[in-house]
Write a protein that binds this ligand. Sequence first.
Ligand SMILES: [Zn+2]
Ligand SMILES: [Zn+2]
Length: 178
Amino acid sequence: MEVCILPLGEVEGQILAFLNEKLSKIFGSARILGRSEIPEHAFNHLRMQYNSTVILYSLPIPSRCDVVLAVLDADIYAEGLNFVFGEAELGGRRAIISLFRLKWGVTEAKEAEEKLKERALKEAVHEIGHVLGLSHCPNRRCVMHFSNSLLDTDIKSWRFCEKCLRKLARKGLNLEDA
Ligand SMILES: [Zn+2]
Ligand SMILES: [Zn+2]
């Protein structure tokens, strides 16, 4: 399966390279597409945030990509929520994550880089999990557990639990070796 990472606006190259390496190990193959801009019509001037749903459905799907994962570094929200870390088209092809809020709560510069990479990977795998048809999982260590806060993100791992792995296997996706 080919995961295509699409940077929207300015995104740290180090984070993209890290996601590319890890996602290709987990899902079989990944690559980084040329950078695009964040669609301006997705910006809500009252909230000073971007509407993630609007961005999600404006994402292009290049023919060789099974999943397009947009990565941006701006504050995003979805209807009814103050903010989101990401969003995905359940059972579709598109997903989006934002690094903006994942940077919060860490003061040490050196630790911050590692934390950001780890959190970005968890949110990326989570949203791709939705694209693959998985819904939220009650297991707090499972990557498909819903993150309401960074604490939830930090508690969960980047891995799918046994139950979620079995669901994926039933869809013909064997990720056991990741
Ligand atoms: Zn979710
Ligand atoms: Zn699970």
